[in-house]
Design a protein around this ligand. Structure first.
Ligand code: 13P
Length: 330
């Protein structure tokens, strides 16, 4: 049987790392807007903009021709920033064959519509099976070949199992699930809590504080996730607790770095200029506040993060708020 063509949309760090894994298993094409990234991947087998000189699989090809990348896809993997998804998918719509399954790598929510990205996919590309891959996946560690794992959730278990074979390697284990909502919500929410943990780390609050924030964050994340339709056990798995721990503790996390730098007195525009990448939690914090109101779920940690990002609150005051408002019973 012919191996399916995989197309990965997005030349950022995670899109490139997953595309490099997929290229071991099937012909894989990465679409990036940036011409220098395309040349880097095709000629030097690296993505020096986001992954320094970590070697990518030489079989991986890149293009900036979206129509070609979409028209040849048997499987589509979506790895562009959340707020760019609708635009790219709308451009892609007329070129994609109808039965092609789509896997989102995106850990964010769409502002305005408040939709999860798989819901944005369903609106822009109706009729396609769509799911999500999420876990504690710091891209540069996976590109460097360190052991890691993720959960691939598709509505259909059999489809999850066939896609699992395309996206895994000996060092990157992929588990399957049918809880698309839970896996997706966990991926979007953990970024906000990584910003909260960053506040504590930037204020040098210590290890107890970090552990408290991560643990309480897991509770907030699970409550909203269950209210939105996710399964409780998903939140203690790789996509929930796993990704929360990685993102809240990694020096490579963009979201945690945003929190640290805000606590050190930098402004958001200064931090974004320094990062040169999107920290999804900044975009999803106000959306999560709306969702928490809609579902009647109290989220004191997320609320403090949103207050610092969008309402002139300082990280020091946010920490006092968090501690003051902590309930007496778990
Ligand atoms: P950041 O976007 O904060 O770097 O998160 C990385 C991540 O999602 C690890 O699983």
């Amino acid at each position: 049987m012919r191996r399916p063509n995989v197309t990965v949309l997005g030349g950022g760090s995670w899109g490139s790392a997953i595309a490099s894994i997929a290229a071991r298993n099937a012909p894989t094409l990465l679409w990036a807007r940036d011409e220098a990234t395309v040349a880097d991947i095709n000629e030097r087998h690296v993505n020096s903009r986001y992954l320094d000189d970590l070697p990518l699989n030489p079989a991986l090809r890149a293009t900036n021709d979206l129509e070609h990348a979409i028209a040849t896809a048997d499987v589509l993997v979506l790895g562009v920033p959340s707020q760019a998804c609708r635009g790219v998918l709308t451009e892609a719509a007329e070129h994609l064959r109808p039965w092609v399954p789509i896997v989102s790598l995106v850990k964010g929510l769409e502002q305005g519509s408040r939709l999860r990205i798989t819901e944005v996919v369903r609106e822009t590309l109706p009729g396609h099976p769509v799911g999500v891959l999420n876990g504690p996946n710091i891209a540069r560690e996976i590109a460097a070949g360190y052991a890691a794992a993720a959960t691939l959730a598709m509505p259909d278990q059999q489809q999850a199992e066939s896609l699992q074979n395309l996206l895994r390697s000996t060092m990157f284990r992929v588990y399957t699930s049918t809880d698309v909502v839970g896996v997706e919500v966990a991926g979007a929410l953990k970024n906000i809590f990584a910003i909260a943990t960053g506040f504590g780390d930037g204020l040098e609050a210590g290890d107890n504080t970090r552990a408290m924030v991560i643990t309480r964050s897991l509770r907030e994340l699970s409550r909203l996730g269950v209210a939105m339709g996710g399964h409780e056990q998903t939140f203690s798995g790789l996509a929930g607790m796993g990704d929360l721990i990685a993102t809240c503790t990694s020096p490579h996390s963009r979201n945690r770095r945003v929190g640290i730098r805000l606590a050190q007195g930098k402004t958001l525009p200064e931090i974004e200029a320094e990062l040169k990448q999107v920290a999804e939690g900044v975009k999803s914090a106000p959306v999560v506040m709306e969702l928490s109101r809609e579902h009647g779920v109290e989220m004191p940690i997320a609320r403090e993060v949103d207050a610092v990002l969008n309402h002139g609150q300082t990280a020091v005051r946010a920490y006092r708020g968090l501690l003051r408002e902590a309930p007496e019973h778990e």
